[in-house]
Design a protein around this ligand. Structure first.
Ligand code: SAM
Ligand code: SF4
Ligand code: SF4
Length: 374
């Protein structure tokens, strides 16, 4: 292990074993945290590995051949993931997103999807199960994912220009293969597909309009994501963030758009529709317009640590409970207790600071996006 990766490894292994409350109460599906936010969305990272090296996420000077990815034995098994998911669903989770790393690198992922697809909410409704992928393996796997019960996919794509895209994924992966993955996924019915583009000023801002043109009338919903200061390795700088308001201005100048209502409370994207009927686009303004007040998301790392915020530096080790022979009702009570104590609102706190101020908790090393998933 080299010096430069020690901070990341430190974060990965820093965690608490959750407290099991003395009084075990059954889940009501109505949990609220200290700010009254319910628990609705669970993001599960199924691998910390990826075949891309996007510079804003897994810069190759850190995630190099010496990087210590998690060993197989520390990953949660599909049975362990499903057991936890069932408990989360009893607490109110309605939507599960599989992520990573690159989730399609996890072997036999279809088996996990099949297991999760059998879960139901306390009202007897099926879960909304989706997956975020770089689409490098999507054309090959779309049909089996659909057959296993996956409903939709979100594809990350940062440019249409092949040179820019190859540079951003930093493994020389061609854009044509991603576009083919999207097409196959649409054909097998993994729709409506969302396409996420992280916008970095000075890197791919010239791709905003070509991407908008390409995905209008395509049935896919393009969403522009502000480049976030997540993790500790991407050397984030505020001057590389292109505010969503500017993205919308640029699109509006060529294709007039108007705002439309959110699909549901807690939706991260702000939605806009093309006035000529070309469909919709979205913006996710994580930096310039914090949406912590509605944040109903929990994140489960590949090795079973629960994170309550993308900017957290410590997780709660649920795997220790799973492998420590605790009963479901004890694990459930521990999760309820953790959520009820949640007070995370990093982006709101940062947004309230003057632009040149030090971000909240900047002395603590934050967890990487590739480890807990986006
Ligand atoms: N590998 C899959 C993919 O790229 O879709 C799933 C995991 S990836 C960590 C999930 C999402 O996080 C992607 O859409 C990616 O663009 C986004 N992401 C990663 N680092 C980011 C950053 N610093 N700012 C904004 N979004 C980021
Ligand atoms: Fe891999 Fe996704 Fe991160 Fe890119 S954003 S390096 S595809 S995990
Ligand atoms: Fe949720 Fe944390 Fe992001 Fe706020 S900063 S929206 S609490 S993940």
């Amino acid at each position: 292990m080299t010096d430069k990766i020690i901070p990341v490894a430190d974060i990965r292994y820093a965690s608490r074993v959750p407290h099991i409350p003395a009084r075990i109460t059954a889940p009501t599906g109505l949990l609220g945290d200290t700010l009254g936010r319910p628990l609705r969305d669970l993001r599960i990272s199924v691998t910390d590995r990826c075949n891309f090296r996007c510079s804003y996420c897994m810069p190759r000077e850190v995630f190099d051949k010496d990087y210590a990815f998690l060993p197989q034995t520390s990953l949660l098994s599909f049975e362990e993931i499903t057991r936890l998911a069932r408990i989360f669903v009893a607490h109110g989770v309605q939507k599960i997103r599989l992520t990573g790393g690159e989730p399609l690198l996890r072997k036999h992922l279809e088996v996990l999807i099949e297991m999760l697809a059998k879960l139901q909410t306390p009202e007897g409704k099926p879960l909304d199960i989706t997956l975020t992928t770089n689409a490098s393996l999507l054309a090959k796997k779309a049909q089996s994912l659909k057959d296993a019960g996956l409903q939709r996919v979100t594809v990350s794509l940062d440019a249409l220009d092949d040179t820019i895209f190859r540079r951003m994924n930093d493994v020389d992966f061609p854009v044509a293969d991603v576009l083919n993955g999207i097409e196959v996924a649409q054909k097998v019915g993994l729709a409506p597909i969302k396409v996420n583009m992280v916008v970095k000023r000075g890197t791919n801002e010239g791709e905003i309009l070509p991407m908008a043109r390409h995905f209008r009338h395509s049935g896919a919903v393009l969403r522009f994501i502000e480049y976030m200061d997540v993790g500790a390795t991407n050397r984030w700088r505020m001057d590389e963030v292109l505010p969503s308001a500017e993205v919308i201005e640029r699109i509006h100048a060529e294709f007039p758009v108007a705002p439309i209502d959110a699909n549901y409370t807690g939706e991260t994207a702000e939605r806009w529709k093309y006035l000529d009927g070309g469909g919709e686009v979205g913006v996710i303004s994580s930096v310039t317009q914090a949406f912590c007040s509605d944040c109903n998301r929990a994140r489960l790392s590949t090795e079973g640590k629960l994170f309550l915020c993308l900017f957290a530096s410590q997780g709660q080790d649920l795997r220790a409970l799973l492998r420590g022979n605790y009963a479901d009702d004890q694990i459930s009570a521990a999760i309820g207790h953790i959520w009820q104590a949640r007070d995370d609102r990093y982006s709101e706190l940062r947004a309230a600071l003057p632009p040149d101020a030090t971000p909240p908790d900047s002395s603590r090393k934050r967890v990487e996006m590739s480890y807990i998933g986006g």
